[in-house]
Ligand binder design. Structure first.
Ligand SMILES: O=C(O)CCC(=O)C(=O)O
Length: 248
C-alpha cells in the first residue's frame, strides 16, 4: 500500500481524454527546474548501464531516483489517476533520445508491442529538452484510439513495424511541441509518430507508462528480472512482480 494520489482532472478533461485519446500539454516542472534534472540525467543516466542490459534508455525509473521522481511527479500521477483510478503501477518507461539526423519513429499504436494483458495503459510523454516541430515533436491523431490498426513491416525507421497507412489518414495529425517540463498523456491505442530530427538539436523526452493492478505484466518478456513499482494506492490483485523505488 502506498499513499493515494489526488485526482486533478475535471470531468470535462477526462471526457476529452476518452473522446480524443490524448490530453495536454500540462506542466510538471518549469524549464529552470528541468535544467537541473536534465543535467543529472545527462551525467548519471545516459552515461551508465541500466537494469535492462540491452539498452540504457529504458526502465531507468527502476535504478535512478531523478528519473523516478520526474516520472511520478504529482502533476502527472494526479492526472493519470483521474483516468485510471487511484491504484497505479509504473510498469515501463523509455527515454526517447533523438539526436540530429535521428530516424522517423513510424506511426504506431503501442498495444502492438506490449506484453501486458489486458492492454490498459496511459503514457505521459515528458519533454526534457525544448521539443519543437523542427527537432521532431510527438505527433498524434486525435480519436485514432477508437479502432485497432494492423501493423506491417517498416523499413529504415526507428521500429521494424508500423501502422498500415491504408487504415488511417496522417493528414489528421496534430503536432505537440513542448517546453522542457511539459507533458502530454495518451493511451495504448492512440496513433502517434515523430518525423526524422531534421534540426541540429537533440530531442530528449521520457515516456513513463502506467497501468492498474488487474493487468498482468509478462515481466520476463520485457527483460529478465523486470518489476513494476506501485506508485499509488493498493496492489489489490497481488500477481505482478513489484519492487521499491530507487533511493539514489
Ligand atoms: O518519442 C517519440 O517520438 C515517440 C514516442 C513513442 O512512440 C512512445 O512513447 O510510445
Amino acid at each position: 500500500m502506498t499513499a493515494t494520489i489526488q485526482s486533478i482532472l475535471s470531468a470535462e478533461e477526462t471526457k476529452q481524454f476518452h473522446d480524443q485519446g490524448f490530453l495536454g500539454p500540462f506542466t510538471a516542472i518549469n524549464p529552470e527546474e528541468m535544467a537541473t534534472v536534465r543535467e543529472s540525467i545527462e551525467n548519471t543516466v545516459l552515461t551508465t548501464d541500466g537494469p535492462n542490459k540491452n539498452v540504457n534508455t529504458t526502465m531507468r525509473h527502476l535504478d535512478k531516483k531523478v528519473v523516478f521522481d520526474l516520472c511520478t511527479h504529482d502533476e502527472i500521477l494526479g492526472r493519470v489517476g483521474s483516468i485510471l483510478g487511484p491504484n497505479l503501477i509504473l510498469w515501463a518507461g523509455t527515454m526517447w533520445n533523438k539526436m540530429p539526423g535521428g530516424k522517423e519513429i513510424p506511426w504506431h499504436q503501442d498495444l502492438n508491442y506490449w506484453p501486458i494483458e489486458p492492454i490498459i495503459n496511459i503514457t505521459a510523454w515528458i519533454a526534457i529538452d525544448d521539443v519543437t516541430v523542427e527537432n521532431s515533436c510527438l505527433e498524434i491523431i486525435p480519436g485514432s484510439h477508437k479502432k485497432s490498426v494492423p501493423h506491417i513491416q517498416a523499413d529504415g525507421k526507428w521500429f521494424d513495424e508500423e501502422a498500415d497507412p491504408r487504415f488511417f489518414d496522417a493528414k489528421e495529425r496534430i503536432q505537440l511541441p513542448l517546453k522542457p517540463g511539459q507533458f502530454v498523456l495518451f493511451n495504448e491505442k492512440t496513433l502517434h509518430h515523430s518525423e526524422p530530427n531534421r534540426s541540429n538539436r537533440r530531442r530528449l523526452g521520457i515516456a513513463p507508462r502506467f497501468t492498474i493492478p488487474i493487468v498482468r505484466i509478462d515481466h520476463d518478456k520485457l527483460f529478465e528480472g523486470h518489476a513494476g513499482i506501485l506508485v499509488s494506492g493498493d496492489d489489490y490483485m497481488g500477481f505482478n512482480r513489484l519492487t521499491t523505488p530507487p533511493i539514489h
